[in-house]
Design a protein around this ligand. Structure first.
Ligand code: PLP
Length: 398
């Protein structure tokens, strides 16, 4: 006998994984270069050269037992110190190692936090559409549930009236993700201020904190001259889940962290519950080599080179708009969220397969009238796929 829930999760592939597999099959027939795979958010730029050099230096010079041995469960103190210092210098905060729990990427950070905050099966977490699909299974397997709130569809910022209606006695936290996967939208400072005000009001009404979980794997992928507001500077019951998967192009190496604000009510309880949750899920002591590497990345303040993502974004957004497609100009991350001509994202994504264009239906993200295009691909792929998008537009709009 096995768990029915786990069996289902293991057997039913996500829409993204499904497309990825379809792409592999098509590539065997038509060749890799003729499959335009925009399905998965795998960074197309290599990690910064300084990071690779640092890893090689570590491998060549460190005592192997220190390099490959266990660190303390929440992460090596040097790593947490270096990250805290880096954040303090960039965001005017005053974090120490005690604010940080190093995790195996954002997924592990999120599952640790959601499980720590789930008090019983009535516990609710609110996500604002469009949202990262894994939030749903992370919340339900933690023992709670995910409630989705529609965004302000004109700008994909938060619809505060809808959010306020959704907050109730079971709400533990609101999850935001900015820069956003899949819309590429960055929440403005005005949005973050209004969110902090609403959560402060609701926390006072409920007599306990409504936490803000800010999922930030794309924090540094920002193409605007406006900074991404740093949530702990606006709201004290903030928990940040961060990943180096996208910012330093390290998705296969599973490294990130959970950060708690200093003024978090019940700080010790929340931190220790996250530690307990990480423990039972086996997420203690994130990979030691990676911990040492990201400590150096923090000391060197390594940031991603956005040139090629920006070039892709401009070519894709410009090309699609010229055909007549509509979408929000993506300000961050490496996704473009397109309004499906005809209004049915499933039908459009299915038809795109006829052009060997692989894009993800928006239904997975809570917006069925859209499709997501991950433009972290070679520039040449963007240019060569545009005629296919042109034919699709004709097909749906005649
Ligand atoms: N959160 C969001 C919004 C993401 O897009 C992703 C990955 O694509 C994750 C979390 C998980 O990231 P990680 O690879 O660090 O587990």
């Amino acid at each position: 006998m096995v768990s029915k829930d786990m069996l289902k999760l293991g057997r039913v592939r996500s829409a993204i994984r499904e497309l990825f597999e379809f792409g592999r099959k098509r590539a065997a027939i038509v060749g890799n270069a003729n499959v335009f795979d925009f399905s998965i958010g795998n960074p197309s730029v290599p990690p910064p050269a300084a990071l690779t050099e640092e890893m090689i230096r570590l491998l060549n010079t460190c005592d192997p037992s220190a390099l490959h041995g266990y660190t303390s469960a929440p992460g090596a103190v040097e790593t947490r110190d270096a990250i805290a210092e880096n954040l303090n210098s960039r965001f005017g905060t005053s974090f120490t190692r005690r604010n940080l729990y190093i995790s195996c990427g954002a997924a592990a950070a999120l599952t640790s936090v959601l499980r720590a905050l789930t008090v019983d099966h009535h516990t609710e977490f609110i996500a604002i559409a469009p949202y990262f699909p894994e939030y749903a299974c992370f919340a339900t397997t933690a023992g709670g549930k995910l409630v989705i709130v529609e965004p302000d569809m004109a700008h994909f910022q938060i619809d505060f009236a809808a959010l306020e209606r959704a907050i109730n006695a079971h709400t533990q936290a609101v999850i935001i993700n900015s820069p956003n996967n899949p819309s590429g939208v960055i929440y403005s400072e005005e949005t973050i201020r209004a969110l902090a005000a609403l959560l402060t009001k609701k926390s006072a009404q409920l007599g306990r904190p409504v936490y803000l979980i800010s999922d930030e794997p794309y924090r540094e992928l920002n193409y605007t001259d406006q900074p991404v507001p740093f949530v702990t500077n606006y709201y004290s019951a903030s928990i940040v889940t961060y990943s180096y998967s996208k910012s330093l192009s390290l998705p296969g190496n599973r490294i990130g962290y959970v950060l708690l604000d200093n003024d978090m009510p019940d700080f010790d309880d929340v931190y220790d519950a996250i530690a307990g949750s990480a423990r039972v899920q086996g997420y203690v002591c994130a990979p030691a080599l990676l911990q040492k590497t990201i400590a150096r990345a923090a000391e060197l303040n390594l940031i991603p080179d956005l040139t090629s993502y920006q070039k892709n974004r401009d070519a894709l957004y410009g090309g699609l708009s010229a055909f007549g497609y509509r979408c929000m100009p993506p300000d961050g991350a490496f996704y473009l969220f397109l309004e499906a001509p005809g209004g049915d994202g499933d039908a459009f994504a299915e038809a795109a397969k006829d052009e060997d264009i692989l894009i993800v239906p928006g239904r997975s993200f809570g917006c069925p009238g859209y499709v997501r295009i991950a433009y972290c691909v070679a520039y040449d792929t963007i240019i060569r796929d545009l005629p296919g998008f042109g034919r699709l537009y004709q097909r749906f709009c005649q």
